[in-house]
Design a protein around this ligand. Structure first.
Ligand SMILES: C[S@@+](CC[C@H](N)C(=O)[O-])C[C@H]1O[C@@H](n2cnc3c(N)ncnc32)[C@H](O)[C@@H]1O
Length: 268
């Protein structure tokens, strides 16, 4: 089965073919390969997939700010997949990007990028590890320094993880993030798993062997006690719309509706 990483790359590749791209990823088409197109076809090219382009742009905007304005020198992409930000964002050469994913995904990424002659803007370290296992130890073993601030991105991953793993990963990130660190992730609320509007998508993902499991109803309430000052945007709200989100955006005070949160947080 084509992986979610190839599907995400296929959407990023399609972005570069638009007249109004939210970003251009020159390596996305090669990273997608044929698997990416098949992944999209399996999902009937749903308009909901626009969320991937919108969130890519959202975190593209956050990351350079972290390394310039906040002077963070370590960026950690957990479940990095075929994210090419180390190559395409203006990170200072002194910054260090850690890319953590399974060994096969990282190996194929290296092969494709090397063949394409891609050169990272900064220092880049691949960390093969499982987020359900001893990933933090692998990250520290790869040179991550928990005593200085870091910027963490978990994009397109938390809803694939069991709820207890979501909690464990965020606990571990909070342990490793020094004061002044930044965190970004996307996640759906619990209603998304059961609501009639989103249930067909949830059932399709389960049928395709990639069930959505992890949710968060109130990111500020979850992360606040872990020492994070949280900003939450839902897809479709500004600045997470760009004229691309095809559905109505539910008001924040409406109960019992599906939501897709883009979360950013600073460690106080
Ligand atoms: C939808 S892709 C997103 C990749 C990347 N963050 C992006 O936005 O392009 C999900 C990624 O999570 C990785 N992944 C899934 N479960 C994982 C786990 N338990 N540990 C590490 N990586 C995992 C997959 O290999 C895949 O690359």
């Amino acid at each position: 089965m084509p992986s979610s990483a190839t599907g995400t790359a296929a959407i990023r590749a399609a972005e570069a073919r638009r007249d109004d791209p939210l970003f251009v990823d020159p390596w996305a088409a090669n990273l997608s390969g044929t698997g990416g197109g098949n992944w999209l076809d399996d999902r009937a090219q749903s308009p909901a997939l626009q969320v991937i382009a919108i969130r890519s742009r959202y975190f593209d905007d956050v990351l350079p700010r972290a390394v310039t304005e906040d002077r963070v020198t370590q960026v950690v992409l957990l479940a990095a997949g075929y994210d090419t930000r180390a190559f395409r964002l203006p990170f200072p050469p002194t910054s260090r990007v850690f890319e953590l994913d399974d060994a096969d995904t990282l190996r194929r990424k290296e092969d494709v990028l090397r063949t394409a002659g891609a050169e990272p803007a900064c220092e880049r370290r691949a960390v093969p590890a499982d987020l359900c296992g001893a990933w933090a130890e692998a990250l520290v073993g790869a040179g991550f320094d928990a005593s200085v601030p870091s910027c963490w991105v978990l994009e397109g991953i938390l809803f694939y993880l069991p709820q207890e793993t979501v909690t464990a990963v965020l606990d571990r990130v909070s342990d490793l993030a020094a004061t002044g660190s930044l965190l970004g992730f996307d996640i759906v609320n619990g209603t998304t798993l059961t609501h009639p509007l989103t249930r067909p998508w949830i059932e399709m993902q389960a049928r395709l062997g990639a069930p959505w499991l992890g949710t968060m109803d109130d990111p500020a309430a979850e992360l606040g006690p872990r020492g994070w000052d949280v900003t939450v945007v839902q897809v479709g709200e500004e600045p997470a719309n760009h004229g691309r989100w095809p559905y109505p955006v539910p008001p924040r005070d409406l109960q019992g509706v599906p939501r897709n949160w883009f979360v950013t947080a600073r460690r106080e």
